[in-house]
Design a binder for this molecule. Structure first.
Ligand SMILES: Cc1cc2nc3c(=O)[nH]c(=O)nc-3n(C[C@H](O)[C@H](O)[C@H](O)COP(=O)(O)OP(=O)(O)OC[C@H]3O[C@@H](n4cnc5c(N)ncnc54)[C@H](O)[C@@H]3O)c2cc1C
Length: 424
């Protein structure tokens, strides 16, 4: 077993890892930074919503990881298998070890295809699709759809980009309308949640969009099983615990039935879902995570400084960190400079407290059709936190063409040319 040392080791060369590495090396090009990531390709996942709707090329969301590793950083093309923070070491999948002075943990979120019975077998065929795993297949499903019931749904676990399950639905509705299928199509958004969106200003507009598009909403429904060949989704009803069937009084649609007193079986002609998600398994097993409580399994950092609560030479950001805000690339953009500033503060043994500068900023660009978008920006506790320049010119709580242009052209440009280069 070989052992190598680096001053700063970053686990994960995705949005967060590349951004942090680039900013560190811009601050001081003599730093010894290593990035551990087995992936050959890096994806701009935020555009997968548009790929699924046929309005963006998948190839334009993909780059070679090798081309994004900042000059001066060492790329270790392997998966991290375990973190040993008491020894300042990371074990690699191939058996070698890396030791570090400082560690940045950002391996993203794990897609759990076994979290719903039947999902692993059903996904990618039988008109069961997900922009989270294969947006090209979503686009194929939309193009082949001939009418019937289109279900859009999401799991009860945390997910990255919480708005993505409904964005594709709004685009699909417009696509079906243009294809002349609207009269023979029923679109349902079926969710374990209780509201369409957590912030009232945006929820109000989205409820108007839902009504305008004739979308049926079903809250309190947790997806528990998918039968792909028989095109049926099974949901446990979380409301009216004494008699869940009350939710369906006089409302059973054709083909629907109760498969148990608490479970309803709903036939579909296409189904788009966000799969269940969780922290990567090696993260869950590490001593760095919350052992219990609602944040169990996510990396236990201070929510403002992003420094680990037990190991001061460890920082975490991005989807794997236990932060009570939406898991997005937009959040990473505001987290990265705080991680970099605080890591350098500790590295240089500076006195004084760390910068508590991350206030939970995240954003959700909610496309509501081809050429229409709301831009929901917020910080901890669902407090609005709109970009001052943008909100001076446009009301981002309303559907805007300009915001769609930002999503389709502005944000991808910024991602590849500024953010991943440590410039934004
Ligand atoms: C359909 C969809 C739509 C989205 N829409 C938006 C949007 O509109 N706006 C927005 O801001 N965000 C959006 N997001 C979310 C955004 O892509 C993520 O929040 C962001 O990429 C998180 O960055 P990250 O670095 O934490 O994880 P990632 O960018 O996913 O990177 C994780 C990296 O860790 C690596 N890794 C995993 N396991 C290991 C291991 N064991 N060892 C070493 N490396 C490992 C992976 O290979 C990967 O390169 C969307 C995501 C999806 C899927």
């Amino acid at each position: 077993m070989a052992s190598t040392h680096h001053q700063i080791v970053i686990i994960g060369g995705g949005t967060a890892g590349i951004t942090v590495a680039a900013q560190l090396l811009r601050a001081d090009k003599k730093l010894d930074v290593a990035i551990i990531d087995p992936a050959q390709k890096h994806y701009y996942q935020a555009a997968w919503t548009l790929v699924g709707a046929g309005d963006f090329e998948f190839a334009d969301t993909e780059r070679n990881e090798a081309d994004l590793i900042p000059n001066g950083a060492t790329w270790i093309q392997e998966a991290a298998a375990a973190i040993l923070p008491d020894d300042n070491k990371v074990a690699l999948a191939g058996g070698d070890e890396l030791s570090y002075d400082f560690l940045v943990v950002c391996p993203g979120i794990q897609i759990d295809l076994d979290g719903i019975e039947g999902l692993r077998d059903a996904l990618g065929k039988n008109e069961v699709c997900s922009n989270y795993t294969d947006p090209n297949y979503t686009w194929e499903v939309l193009q082949n759809f001939k009418g019937g019931t289109a279900i859009f749904t999401q799991p009860a676990t945390p997910i990255k980009c919480g708005g993505a399950p409904q964005k594709i639905m709004y685009m699909a509705e417009e696509y079906f309308q243009k294809a002349g299928l609207k009269d023979k199509t029923k679109i349902s958004f079926i969710t374990p949640g209780t509201v369409i969106f957590g912030m009232p200003d945006f929820a109000k507009t989205l409820m108007q969009v839902v009504d305008r598009k004739g979308i049926e909403l079903r809250f309190f429904h947790k997806l528990t099983k998918i039968d792909g060949p028989n095109k049926t989704a099974y949901y446990t009803i979380m409301a009216n615990e004494d008699d869940p069937a009350k939710l369906y009084h006089n409302k059973m649609e054709q083909g629907e039935r109760f498969s148990s007193p608490t479970e309803v079986a709903i036939p579909f002609d296409m189904l788009h879902l966000a799969p269940p998600q969780s922290a990567p398994d090696f993260i869950k097993r590490s001593p760095l995570v919350h052992a219990d409580g609602p944040d169990k399994g996510w990396v236990n950092v201070d929510i403002n400084t992003l420094q680990h609560k037990v190991y001061p030479n460890v920082f975490s950001l991005g989807d794997s960190a236990a932060l009570p805000t939406a898991k997005t690339g937009a959040a990473v953009r505001k987290q990265a400079p705080v991680v970099v500033g605080n890591l350098l503060h500790v590295l240089h043994n500076k006195t004084g407290s760390l910068d508590p500068g991350y206030e939970g900023y995240s954003s959700c660009p909610i496309v509501t059709g081809y050429g229409k978008m709301l831009l929901a920006e917020f910080k901890y506790d669902n407090v609005r936190d709109s970009d001052k320049l943008i909100s001076f010119f446009v009301d981002t709580t309303k559907e805007q063409y300009s915001m769609y242009l930002l999503k389709k052209y502005g944000l991808p440009f910024m991602y590849w040319n500024l953010m991943l280069k440590g410039l934004a």
